[in-house]
Design a protein around this ligand. Structure first.
Ligand code: CA
Ligand code: CA
Ligand code: CA
Length: 631
C-alpha cells in the first residue's frame, strides 16, 4: 500500500489536470492592476521620482503589485469572471530606469528589463504574507512571497503563467564612449550605440547606478532559495555572453538577421548564435532558472518574450532540455511565445524546430496569434456603428490548420508532451501590450468592445483577455491606426471604480456568461471551426455579418456563432446568399436554439429554428448570438 499510494495520487493529479486548450487566460500588467500595498512603491534605495503617486504617468511605476492581485484572487474576482489562468508581466528584479528608450527615458514598470533572474522585483512584493507573518527583506523573502502568490492562485483553481525574457537583459551595461569608466547619464551614445555588423563594441562596461538598480546581471554563481540549491553558473553575468553589437534601427520590422543580434535601444542582447562560445552554457543556465520557477515555485507555464529576436536553434535546445529536465511534469507546463508578426509563416515556424524535417517534434507549444488579432481588429475596430470586412479574419482562421507552399502545416500538428498540438494551443486575443493599442480607444464604443471580447471567447484556441477588458477600459488617448503605449493605464486607480463596481459592468457579465458556457458546452472548447458566412470583400453586400460553426469530433453536436457588427437588424439570408450547414451535420429534426446573445439589453425571444436548408437566423444590431444544436 505504501508503494501504491504515491502512484494513486499521481494518477489522481493526472486526471484532474485540465487540458491547456480549456483554459481562459487573463494577461495582467501587474504594476497597472491594483496597488495592494503602498509600502513597496518606492523600494529601499530606489530613486523616488520613478513612482507617480497620481497613477497617471504611464512611463513611471504606478504601484500595482502581487498583493493587489492576491486581494482580487481572494475575493473570487477572477473565479467569477471565469478566468482559469493568469499571465503576469515578468516578475524578476529589473533595472528600474533607462536613460534612453523609445521616446525618451522610461522605467521598467512592465518588468521586461531583467537584472537579477533569481530575485523578485521589490516593487511587487510585500513585507508580510496575507496573515501578517513577515517575509525576510531579501531575495529569499521576495521569492517566498511569489511562491505564496502562486499557491494562492492555484488554491482557487487558477494557473499562473510566468512571462520570461531570454533575448535580452535590461540596461545592465553601457558603451563607455569617452572612456572615463562611468556611465554619462545624459549622453545618448553611452546608452545606445549604432549597430556593428561585424565584431562587437569593445567599450561595453557594467553600469553602477544603485538608485536605478542599474548593475551587473545576476546570478553570478550558484544560489540557494527556499531550501533548494540552484546550480547556476553565472554565465548571465559575463560580458562576453552578450553580443555588444549596438542597436539596429527599425529592428522590430527587420528580417535580415540584424533583428536577432542587435540590442533593443539600451536593452542588452544575449549572444544566442549556435556558434557562440556560451551557446550551450546560456541555454543550460536558463533551463536551470526556469526549472526552479516551474517546480519549486509551482508556475504552470512560460510566456516567452521576443521569440523572433533569438536564434531558432536556441529555442530548439531550450524547449527540448527544459522538457527533459521537467520529466513527467513537462506534460503540465505550457511554453508559448510572442512573435510580433502578422505573417502566419513567421508565427508558426516556432511551433517547429529549426532542424525540420529531420525532427518533426514541437518547438513551442503554442504562439500568440497576431495574424488573427490584426484581422479581427480590421473587422471590428471601427468607430461608432461602422465595421470592416471579416474576410481576412475568416482567412486567418483557415490558415491555422492549413498547409504552406512547401507542404508543411503552418502550425505543427504533432502533439507535445500533453498530447495536444500547437493548433489546439494557439492563443486567441484581440488586444494586449505588444506593440498594439488597447482595443477600446477613442471612438470605439463599449458595445463594440463587448462584441470583440465575445468573439475572442467563442473562437477556437485559448482565449486571452487583457486586463481591463472586463470593464471596457477606455484609452481616450489611443487612436485607431496609431499604436502606442497609452493603453497601459492603471485599472483599479485609487480614484476609480472598485472591483464591486466592475463586477456590475456589462463587459464583466458578458465574459462571465461566455466562460460559463464554454465550461458547460464542450463544442465551445473543442469544436472544430467551420466558417459559414462572410461578406464578399468590397461588394455592396457587406453588411457586417460574420458566422461560423463549432462542431464536435463525432458531428453529433454543434454551435453557430453569429455576429452582426452593424447598427441594422439582419438575418443570415439575403438575396441569393444564405448560411447552409455542411451535408449530414443536421438530421431532419435538428433545431437551433439561441443560448446567449451579447449586446442588446433585451434579446429577442427566438423559438428553436429548424437546422435544414437555407438557415434564417436573426442577428440583432451590434450583437453576437450563440445558437446550439438540439438534439
Ligand atoms: Ca504597491
Ligand atoms: Ca563614460
Ligand atoms: Ca537577440
Amino acid at each position: 500500500m505504501c508503494l501504491l499510494l504515491p502512484l494513486l495520487l499521481a494518477a489522481a493529479s493526472l486526471a484532474s489536470a485540465r487540458p491547456w486548450s480549456e483554459e481562459v487566460m487573463y494577461f495582467v500588467m501587474t504594476d497597472r492592476f491594483h496597488d495592494g500595498d503602498t509600502e513597496n512603491n518606492i523600494p529601499n534605495g530606489c530613486d523616488p521620482s520613478l513612482y507617480d503617486p497620481q497613477q497617471k504617468d504611464i512611463n513611471r511605476f504606478l504601484g500595482g503589485d502581487l498583493r493587489g492581485l492576491e486581494k482580487a484572487i481572494q475575493s473570487g474576482y477572477f473565479n467569477q469572471l471565469g478566468i482559469t489562468a493568469l499571465w503576469l508581466t515578468p516578475v524578476v528584479k529589473n533595472v528600474w530606469r533607462s536613460g534612453y528608450d523609445l521616446g525618451g527615458w522610461k522605467t521598467s514598470y512592465h518588468g521586461y528589463w531583467a537584472q537579477d533572474w533569481l530575485d523578485i522585483d521589490p516593487h511587487l512584493t510585500s513585507k508580510t504574507d496575507l496573515t501578517g507573518n513577515p517575509y525576510p527583506d531579501n531575495p529569499e523573502g521576495r521569492t517566498a512571497h511569489y511562491r505564496d502568490f502562486v499557491r494562492l492562485a492555484k488554491s482557487k483553481g487558477i494557473r499562473v503563467i510566468q512571462d520570461v525574457v531570454l533575448n535580452h537583459a535590461g540596461p545592465v551595461f553601457f558603451y563607455d564612449i569617452d572612456g572615463d569608466g562611468l556611465l554619462n547619464r545624459q549622453t545618448k551614445d553611452e546608452w545606445v550605440q549604432d549597430f556593428k555588423p561585424h565584431g562587437h563594441h569593445p567599450n561595453a562596461t557594467w553600469g553602477n547606478i544603485p538608485e536605478w538598480n542599474l548593475r551587473q546581471t545576476q546570478p553570478d554563481g550558484p544560489r540557494t532559495l527556499l531550501g533548494v540549491n540552484i546550480p547556476t553558473t553565472g554565465v548571465l553575468s559575463r560580458l562576453d555572453s552578450y553580443g555588444r553589437k549596438g542597436f539596429s534601427h527599425d529592428s522590430l520590422g527587420k528580417t535580415d538577421g540584424e533583428e536577432v543580434t542587435c540590442d533593443f535601444f539600451s536593452l542588452r542582447d544575449f549572444w544566442t548564435a549556435p556558434d557562440s562560445p556560451h551557446f550551450h552554457a546560456l541555454i543550460d543556465e536558463f533551463v536551470t532558472i526556469y526549472h526552479f520557477y516551474l517546480t519549486t515555485i509551482g508556475v504552470d507555464g512560460l510566456r516567452i518574450d521576443t521569440v523572433k529576436h533569438v536564434h531558432h536553434e536556441f529555442w530548439d535546445a531550450f524547449t527540448q532540455r527544459l522538457r527533459e529536465k521537467l520529466g513527467p511534469h513537462a506534460k503540465d507546463k505550457l511554453l508559448f511565445g510572442e512573435i510580433y508578426d502578422g505573417n502566419p509563416a513567421r508565427l508558426g515556424q516556432y511551433t517547429w524546430r529549426s532542424d525540420w524535417p529531420e525532427n518533426e517534434s514541437p518547438g513551442l507549444d503554442g504562439v500568440l496569434d497576431f495574424h488573427l488579432c490584426f484581422t479581427a481588429r480590421d473587422y471590428l475596430r471601427h468607430p461608432g456603428g461602422t465595421f470592416g470586412s471579416p474576410k481576412s479574419l475568416e482567412d486567418s482562421l483557415r490558415i491555422r490548420t492549413a498547409t504552406d507552399d512547401n507542404g508543411r502545416p503552418f502550425y505543427n500538428p504533432n502533439p507535445g508532451p500533453d498530447g495536444l498540438n500547437s493548433q489546439q494551443k494557439i492563443i486567441t486575443f484581440i488586444e494586449n501590450h505588444d506593440g498594439i493599442n488597447r482595443f477600446r480607444v477613442a471612438g470605439i464604443t463599449e458595445r463594440r468592445h463587448r462584441l470583440a471580447q465575445a468573439l475572442v471567447m467563442t473562437l477556437p484556441g485559448i482565449p486571452c483577455l487583457y486586463y481591463g477588458a472586463e470593464a471596457a477600459l477606455l484609452d481616450q488617448h489611443g487612436k485607431i491606426g496609431h499604436d502606442g503605449e497609452t493603453g497601459r493605464k492603471m485599472f483599479f486607480h485609487k480614484n476609480g471604480p472598485t472591483r464591486t463596481d466592475v463586477r456590475k459592468s456589462p463587459a464583466f457579465r458578458d465574459i462571465a456568461a461566455l466562460a460559463k458556457l464554454r465550461a458547460t458546452h464542450p463544442v465551445l472548447r473543442h469544436g472544430r471551426i467551420h466558417p459559414l458566412w462572410v461578406d464578399s470583400e468590397g461588394s455592396s453586400e457587406d453588411d457586417g455579418l460574420f458566422a461560423f460553426a463549432r462542431i464536435s469530433a463525432d458531428n453529433k453536436s454543434f454551435a453557430i456563432i453569429l455576429i452582426n457588427a452593424s447598427d441594422q437588424p439582419s438575418t443570415t439570408r439575403s438575396g441569393d446568399y444564405a448560411i447552409t450547414l455542411p451535408q449530414g451535420l443536421a438530421t431532419p429534426t435538428t433545431t437551433l436554439t439561441p443560448i446567449l446573445t451579447i449586446g442588446p439589453d433585451s434579446p429577442p425571444k427566438t423559438p428553436p429554428i429548424p437546422a435544414q436548408g437555407k438557415l434564417h437566423l436573426p442577428a440583432p444590431p451590434q450583437s453576437l448570438t450563440i445558437f446550439h444544436s438540439n438534439p
